[in-house]
Structure formats: structure tokens, C-alpha cells
Design a protein around this ligand. Structure first.
Ligand code: SAT
Ligand code: MN
Length: 623
């Protein structure tokens, strides 16, 4: 299809205007077909960027090695350019939108010389779903086109839904590496290697995304974090729905009853694993709707319905094994794009903690350097064979655990929200909020502990990642908390308070004083999911406490071999720990939001603090 054939006048003009600025050798409108996907990979292999893996071991799959400057999201170069700085809030980098547009327009001038400008019309969510949204990305990277084919729904069907005047989020992207006449990439990942010259920019007031200089992941596949979270969070605020960094899972109990949960977890908490978990308890079943993002709207029946806006998984490879995530391993067994993994002599990919050592005597690491082949899958810190953020891009439809209704345009009704982080102490295995506002409070204090070894922060201090949205909220986080509170108020005003999802906080990561995990995790986490399931059916399986509703003794059957004392300590109130937690929130965390922090969250703090003081007095005999 040619630009001239575009029926949407605004889209046509937008493409033409950018082509004038970027000066590509040609413009192609993507149609989303398998043929187009194959063509992209052919181009990428012939320019030396992609390596076809051994078809006998990993059919239809490819490996890419990115530039060492281009291996992860560039958070320091990610901007929320709202008109007013205060609307970006304390957690975002802000720049004046007019100045940023001027700077970037200069950078975009001629940036696609010698390359093709691909125009990718894509739908986030099943095409035509009333919860879905359309974006159009222009890019000069065939790698981006191929990845967008997997991660979103691309092509003519999207243009059909867009019609002549439908709404789309314009997404401008360039890798910033024009080619001179006769020049080719010659196997070198094209991007702007100077991190300070990369820009991942969002204009929330006009719902626009401009990205320059990076070809990798969330910086370049603009449907994912940029559209489906940062811009969508703004759209959701403006239109009264929720765009969240949440997995969506389907859970079926032994009686065949089905519920859907959505869960937000900061990175490195096993979100993808949880969404594909295989329960250890007989009769229970978990299936996947999504592993990263949930878009949710209230429908007429008063319930909240969720879709997974994505069509694929862009998952972290290292640590993925048959043990940690059997379903993910099956999903990526074919038709998968790998980035920054190791390459074995057999022509397969390899990474640390894949579950087996490297076959053969040597291996190429993610930089393409020859390295002795490790006999086990244990890595050496700092000398990884796969980059720690090496990724797979794989179609969700290939996941053995995918629920048949994962593409239902109506979405699935959510019964429970889960929040969680890595917390070695204080936070119980599972805790149900006492009210919606208390649930928002729990979401707001989500975070993970930092070990002194990892970063220059005192060991044990908590890095808050509210709702796991810290790098993904396109506006002031205080206003975002308020949006969540208003969602609850609106449901109550409409007489649907009882239909709101119940809110839970889970923690799989409690440790003993010897630094050993107390809870086995993985498939055993289904025991907690089962408790939540029963809670949603109003089972009397809980005890009211100062911090929320905790499991009644005996209401969660402990995993084999778990000491009952450990079980009860995982499910009890750590009074002193919570007193310290409340003090930290009050003095070191909430104040950054100033007047934008909803007052009811401070009231929530006061109530919990009062309850804890009473408990403290009882425990110390100081009544
Ligand atoms: O690179 S992405 O932003 O898509 C993945 C991530 O960082 O979570
Ligand atoms: Mn994510």
C-alpha cells in the first residue's frame, strides 16, 4: 500500500510531513502479513544484524545482538513533556514540550536518509475491541517492524477500524543512523551510541510519542511501555478507565469455577512466571491472559473488564528455565526473536539459569565474543554470556497456558488485584485490604528492598515502585493515586461498590536471618492464589488485623515440608516492622508528592498507626 492510498486524511498528512523532515529513500505502509515479517527478517539477516538459529532445534527463530549502549530502557532519557512541570510529577523527567519538539525536530532532519520509512498501523488490544486503542508508528528499523508484528496487531484491519477520521496515537521513531549511498549496517546494530543523545519523549497533553536514537525494547517498540502505559495512563485518567502495569491470569478451582486476577509487581519479582504458573495443588489450574499490561474498563453490569493490549511476550531470558517457567520455555521453542542471548555451536541460544550447561566447547556471548562453554547454567556476575536484560519476543498464542478467551474483545471480569514486591521482612505472605482506599494505600507503598551489594543504598531500604508504575506513569503520581481513589468513589456512587475487585498485597520473598527464602514460591504461590479466590467468594478464611485481613490459621495449606511456625510467622502482623514502615512512608516517601497526594492516604496512615500503637501496648503490657 502507498501513502497516497491512505484514507485517513490526518494520518496521510502526518506521514507525508515526517517523510519530508526525515528524508527516507522510500515509505512503506505495513500490512502485518507473514510475508512482510519474513521480508523484514531477510533484510536483517542479509545486513548481518540477525542470525538465523538452527531450524532443527529452534525453528523460525533469530538472534540479534544490540549495541552495548542499547540494551535496556533509557530511563534517564525518558521524558514526560507536559505543559506544566508539576503535571509530570516528582517521578518523571520533565522538559518543556515546545523546546523538546524543537530539539528533536532538528535531530530528525534527514535521519532516515538511505533507509526505508515503515509506517506501522497497530492495535493495542483485539482489533475493534471497545477497550483497544490504535497507534501508528513510523520507524526506520525492520527489527522494530518484526517485533511489532509479534507484540501488537498490525495491518490493514487496523486501518479499516481507524476509518477516515478515527483516533490514533502518533508514534515517531528513528534509530538515528542514516546510511550514505552504498553503505550498509554491515552487522553493526544501528543506533545513537551516545546515551545522552537518545530521547524517549512523551507529550501527554497531545497524546504523542517521539523516540530517537535507540532501537531496543521499550525505547523503540512504542506500543508497549510508551503507548500502552505512559500515554494510556493519561488517556485512562482523562476517560475514566485504568491502564496498568499488570499481568492478567485466569484461575479455575477444582469445582470448575473461574475467576480472573490482575497483578502489579516491580521488575524482577517473577511477574511473567506468575502469569504462567503451574499450581502444585491438585485440581487448580492457572492460565494466562497477559504477562505485563492490563487495560480495564467498567461495563454496564458494574464489573471491571480487562484486556491484554499486547499480542506477544517481551520477556527477560536469563533465569527462564523448565523449572522457573515451563510454559514460557515451550512458548519460545519456535518462531521467536531473541536479543542479546548467547549463541551455541549448534546454532541455538543460551543464557544463565536456562537449566543446563552449554553444549559444545565454546559459546559466543551477547557481544559475539568467543568464550569457553560453561558446564552448568550458573553464571559469573559481570561476565555474563547472555546480557542480564537479554530478551525473547514471542507470540502469546504459542503459550501452552494461554486462556482461550485471551483475545475476547469484551475482556475478562476482574475479581482481584494483587500488588507485591520483594520484601525480606515485615510484609506478610498475603494481606487483603480492608477497603478500596486501603487497597490504594497498599498499591502506593509497593516496592522492593535493595541489597547494599546491588546499589549504593543502605541495605534493607525500600525502593518504592507504586503500583509498579514508577517508570511508566505518564503524569503526576499523586494525581494517579487520586484517579484510583475516584474509581472507587464512582463505583460506590453508582451502587456497584461490591463489584469492585478486592485488593491484595502478596510477598513471596520473606527471608530468615540467614538470608534464606522462607516461602518456596513458583507453583506453590498457587496456594495464595487459592486463598484469594476463596476470599473473593466471601469465605470466612481471614482474621481482621491492624494492617488488613490476614489468612486464618489453617486457611492456607502449607507446602510440603514447610514448618507450621514459619507459616504462622508469614501470616502475622510484625508490629515493630510495620511501625518502621509507617514512619518511613510518612517522613521519606509520601512528602515528595506534596499537595497532590490525596489526603485520604494520610488518613489511612493515621488509622493504621493508631491500631499498631494499640497492639504495641498490648504486646509490651503497657496499656
Ligand atoms: O524494554 S521494555 O520496557 O519493553 C521491558 C521492560 O523494561 O520492562
Ligand atoms: Mn513490564
Amino acid at each position: 500500500m502507498r501513502v497516497e492510498d491512505l484514507k485517513h486524511a490526518k494520518l496521510k498528512k502526518w506521514v507525508k510531513d515526517w517523510a519530508k523532515i526525515m528524508k527516507p529513500a522510500a515509505v512503506e505502509i505495513c500490512n502485518g502479513t507473514k510475508r512482510e515479517y519474513d521480508k523484514m527478517l531477510k533484510i536483517l539477516v542479509s545486513s548481518g544484524l540477525g542470525i538465523k538459529l538452527n531450524d532443527k532445534i529452534r525453528p523460525g527463530s533469530y538472534l540479534f545482538r544490540s549495541d552495548p549502549s542499547d540494551v535496556a530502557r533509557a530511563e534517564s532519557r525518558t521524558f514526560i513533556a507536559s505543559k506544566k512541570k508539576v503535571d509530570a510529577g516528582p517521578n518523571n523527567n520533565w522538559t518543556d514540550p515546545d523546546e523538546l519538539k524543537k530539539t528533536m525536530t532538528d535531530l530528525f532532519k534527514g535521519c532516515m536518509k538511505g533507509r526505508i520509512m515503515y509506517v506501522i498501523p497497530f492495535s493495542m488490544g483485539p482489533v475493534g475491541s471497545d477497550i483497544a486503542k490504535i497507534g501508528v508508528e513510523i520507524t526506520d528499523s525492520p527489527y522494530v517492524v518484526a517485533n511489532m508484528h509479534i507484540m501488537t496487531r498490525v495491518g490493514k484491519k487496523v486501518l479499516d477500524v481507524l476509518g477516515t477520521d478515527g483516533f490514533f496515537v502518533p508514534c515517531v521513531h528513528s534509530i538515528a543512523k542514516p546510511l550514505a549511498k552504498g553503505e550498509s549496517d554491515g552487522g553493526k546494530w544501528p543506533c545513537e551510541p551516545d546515551v545522552q543523545k537518545k530521547f524517549i519523549s512523551h507529550f501527554p497533553d497531545t497524546y504523542e510519542i517521539w523516540s530517537y536514537g535507540s532501537g531496543y525494547g521499550g525505547n523503540a517498540l512504542l506500543g508497549k511501555k510508551c503507548l500502552a502505559l505512559r500515554i494510556a495512563s493519561v488517556l485512562a485518567r482523562d476517560e475514566g478507565w485504568l491502564a496498568e502495569h499488570m499481568l492478567i491470569l485466569k484461575i479455575t478451582n477444582p469445582e470448575g469455577e473461574v475467576k480472573y486476577f490482575a497483578g502489579a509487581f516491580p521488575s524482577a519479582c517473577g511477574k511473567t512466571n506468575l502469569s504462567m504458573l503451574i499450581p502444585t495443588m491438585p485440581g487448580w489450574k492457572v492460565q494466562t491472559i497477559g504477562d505485563d499490561i492490563a487495560w480495564m474498563k467498567f461495563k454496564e453490569d458494574g464489573r471491571l473488564y480487562a484486556i491484554n493490549p499486547e499480542a506477544g511476550f517481551f520477556g527477560v531470558a536469563p533465569g527462564t528455565s523448565d523449572n522457573s517457567n515451563f510454559n514460557a520455555m515451550k512458548t519460545i521453542s519456535h518462531n521467536t526473536i531473541f536479543t542479546n542471548c548467547g549463541l551455541t555451536v549448534d546454532g541455538d541460544v543460551w543464557w544463565e539459569q536456562i537449566g543446563y550447561g552449554v553444549p559444545g566447547g565454546e559459546v559466543l556471548d551477547w557481544k559475539g565474543q568467543r568464550r569457553p562453554a560453561p558446564k552448568t547454567d550458573k553464571g559469573v556476575k559481570g561476565e555474563e554470556i547472555a546480557h542480564v536484560n537479554a530478551r525473547f519476543t514471542t507470540p502469546a498464542s504459542q503459550c501452552p497456558a494461554i486462556a482461550p478467551e485471551w483475545e475476547d474483545p469484551n475482556g475478562v471480569p476482574i475479581s482481584a488485584f494483587m500488588f507485591g514486591g520483594r520484601r525480606a521482612t515485615t510484609i506478610p505472605l498475603v494481606n487483603q485490604s480492608k477497603s478500596w482506599v486501603h487497597g490504594v494505600f497498599l498499591g502506593s507503598i509497593t516496592g522492593s528492598e535493595i541489597t547494599a551489594a546491588a546499589l549504593d543504598i543502605a541495605a534493607g531500604s525500600v525502593r518504592r515502585d507504586p503500583f509498579a508504575m514508577l517508570p511508566f506513569c505518564g503524569y503526576n503520581m499523586g494525581d494517579y493515586f487520586n484517579h484510583w481513589i475516584k474509581i472507587g468513589q464512582k463505583a460506590a456512587a453508582e451502587g456497584h461498590a461490591d463489584k469492585l475487585p478486592k485488593i491484595f498485597f502478596v510477598n513471596w520473598f520473606r527471608k530468615d536471618t540467614f538470608d534464606h527464602f522462607l516461602w518456596p514460591g513458583y507453583g506453590e504461590n498457587a496456594r495464595v492464589l487459592a486463598w484469594i479466590f476463596n476470599r473473593c467468594n466471601d469465605e470466612e478464611n481471614y482474621l481482621e488485623t491492624a494492617i488488613g485481613n490476614l489468612p486464618k490459621p489453617g486457611s492456607i495449606e502449607p507446602p510440603e515440608g514447610l514448618n507450621p511456625d514459619v507459616m504462622s510467622s508469614l501470616c502475622s502482623v510484625d508490629v515493630e516492622g510495620w511501625e518502621a514502615e509507617i514512619a518511613d512512608i510518612r517522613s521519606d516517601y509520601y512528602p515528595q508528592y506534596g499537595a497532590r497526594l490525596p489526603k485520604v492516604l494520610y488518613e489511612e496512615l493515621d488509622v493504621i498507626e493508631g491500631e499498631l500503637a494499640k497492639l504495641h501496648a498490648i504486646l509490651t503490657g503497657n496499656r
